[in-house]
Design a protein. Sequence first.
Length: 422
Amino acid sequence: MHYCYSLSMPQALTQDPQTICNNPSHQGLAQEIYKRSAELLEEQKHTENLLYNISEAVIAVNRALKITILNKAAEDLIKLSAEKVGGKMLDEVLALTTESGNKVNSETFCFKPRNVLMQNLMHDSGGITQYIKLQSTTIKNPKQDDECIITLTDVTREKMLEKSKDEFISIASHELRTPMTIIKSYLWMMANATYGQLNPKQTEFLAKAQGGVQRMLTMINDTLNTSKIDQGKLQLKIEEIDIRGFVAQLGADFELKAKEKGLAFKVKVDENCSVVYADKGKLEEMLTNLLGNAVKFTGLGGITLAVTKAGNSLVKFKISDTGKGIDPSDLKRLFHKFGRIDNSYQTVAEAGGTGLGLYIIKNIVENMGGSVGVWSAGIGQGASFWFTLPSEYYEIPQNLRESAVLTLAPVLETHISSVCPV
């Protein structure tokens, strides 16, 4: 069967169709072109069917941010058909916000130098709130306009399950902490001979019980803090803290603990480090955690707590030890949830706890406008953990400044009005 058609053909085929059909040398070429065109058309239909029926919502926009492609899942998401939204601006039909209610415009994620991933976005679909994960990538096309492909995944069910889990953990931890605190109080009274002296064996058993209760309370507190962080409910009260007085008081406690293990303990504060803006309770928790780890994992040598300037507006707290050290390949695993290291610094057998301490520190520091880090030359060569915090008011995160102003108003009135007017 011979196929004669008037599609766009090479110049050799722009002859009279009858001539082409009667020319044996051209018949095969015409058939091949027709066959290939049919195959391409079939592939195009197959691709379009796959795109249309894929479970994730897919939207394509041009440089003007007008919709060019919309699959079935996207139609279901925005409750509009492709015919009705074709050519419309993306922001007209897709309203995304953050969990805090801030609008997310298409310019935020379209036509960026790198692929974009945005988690926990919210979308109102017919009165029903959905949680959306968004991914976008730019498709370069030298012959046509570039396009941005946006993939939207409904993660509402996963988010609801996660929230239920976090709420359960929070409630359970609260319920556990109250009786554990009561037990700790009674053990303290026994240890201080409130109701009579104990014999040596009773004292030994009591010390073990106190240690177990304290470990349990630490685990409960870590779990509660992690739950608050994950739910965005971490509460911070920023204060102006006198560094020297604060560090001297904390250092005195750890000097005694270090001496018990035969370790040297040093505190160094640069002369130009006077104040830091932070949540005092959280700062104490973080330093206690890091210094406690340093004492725990150092057998010989000593520990140093150094406070130095980090640029013009930050203060750096650095805890260094001569202990077991960390394999450099393991450093990236720290500051993550359950970031234990099986073969070096934080082994399961020795560390105890939940493996959440460094993760909590990282999140608290970042929420207060700082950063964290760690360095070690390797196993047996000690380790250094550090974090930075603001030493100037204008470095305090914007969302904390209002509460900070209330706390620091008498001290900062002149400084704030001249540097950072509110």
